[in-house]
Design a protein around this ligand. Sequence first.
Ligand code: TTP
Ligand code: MN
Ligand code: MN
Ligand code: MN
Length: 371
Amino acid sequence: PEAPKPAPVNKVSQYACQRRTTTENNNRIFTDAFEVLAEHYEFNDLQGRCLAFRRAASVLKSLPWAVRCVEATQDLPCLGEHTTAIMKEILQHGRSFEVEKILSDERCRTLKLFTSVFGVGPKTAEKWHRRGLRSFSDVLAEPGIQLNRMQQSGFLHYGDISRAVSRAEARAVGNIIDEAVHVITPNAILALTGGFRRGKEFGHDVDFIVTTAELGKEKSLLINIIDILKKQGLLLFSDYQASTFDISKLPSHRFEAMDHFAKCFLILRLEASLVEGGLQRAEGDSRDWRAVRVDLVSPPVDRYAYTLLGWTGSRMFERDLRRFARMERQMLLDNHALYDKTKKEFLTATTEKDIFDHLGLEYIEPWQRNA
Ligand code: TTP
Ligand code: MN
Ligand code: MN
Ligand code: MN
C-alpha cells in the first residue's frame, strides 16, 4: 500500500485573510482575464460564478511566483475547471478567446461604460441599455431621464474622477482634511485608509476615518468638516449619510454589508500648487486644479479598530475575514464589532491586532491585504 502523502508545507489557504498579498502581482495576465469574466457574470446577475472568478484571481495574486503551467496550480484552492481552462488558453495562445469575446460584447461594454460614472450602478446601467442608450451623449440627450445629484456630478467631473489619484494627491487631500478637523477639535483622530493604506500607488478615490477621542463628539464632526470645506470653496459635491449605528445590534450576517457609521462621499477641488510633483492630468489640460473623489467615515472612537480594519480592504480580504470568523470561529464580524456566538458576547478591540488575536489569526500588515 502507498504511504500516506505528507501534508504539503505552506499550503495556500482558501481564506484571503490567511494569505499575504502585496501589490506586486506575478500573475496579472490571468487575474486581468478573471476580472473581465467576474464582471461579465456580475452584469448578468450570476453572483456565484462572479465570486468564483474573484476568488481564483485573489489566490493567484498571493503567489510569490508566476504560473507557467496549469499543473503547478493543482494544489491551490479556489481554482476550478473553468478557471483552469482559461489559464490553459492564455498559456497556449497568449490570450483567452472567451475573454476577448466578452470584451467585444456590445452589452458588456456599454454597461461598463455607464457604471464608470459616479452614482451609476448596475441597475441604472441596465435600465439605460434596455432603453437603447449606448453612449453618454445618448443618455444626456434622452428625454425623460432624471439624473440624480450624484449622477449629475458624475457626468460633470467625469474626466477628472475617472483619472487615477496619485499618492502625492492623496497626501495633499489628507492635509486639507487634517486642517479642517483640527479647526473643529484638538482631539481629532485622522487616518488614511482604503487602497492607499495598503500601499497602492494609485486609487480611484481617497478614504479617511475621522473621529475624536471624546466619545459622542464624532456625531457632528462630518457635518462641520463639510461646512468648512464648503466655505473654503473646495466642495464640488457631497452626499452625507447620518449614523444609523445601534450598539445593541449583532454584526451583520451578510458578507458585503455597508456599515452604519456617519459617512460622506465627496468630490473635492484640489489645487495643483498643493501637490508635490503636480496633478494627474490629461494631456493638453492646462487647468491648475482637478476634482478628486474622497470618502470620509466617522465611527465612535471605541469602534475605531473595527472601522480601520473594515475600511482598509481589500474587498476580498474583508469578505474572507467575515467568512473565516463565521465558518471557523462561530463569530460574527463587521465594520462595527465582533460577536462570539458561543460565549454570547461582544469582543472589544483597540487595535487591528486585537481583532486578529480574537480570531486566532496571524496578523497581516495592511500592505499584505491586497487580496
Ligand atoms: P474603496 O475605496 O471602494 O476601494 P479601495 O480603496 O480598496 O480601492 P481604490 O483604490 O479603487 O479606491 O473601498 C475601501 C474599503 O472601504 C473597502 O474595503 C470597502 C470599505 N467600505 C465600507 O466598509 N463601507 C462603505 O460604506 C464603503 C463605501 C466602503
Ligand atoms: Mn457580457
Ligand atoms: Mn479607495
Ligand atoms: Mn472609497
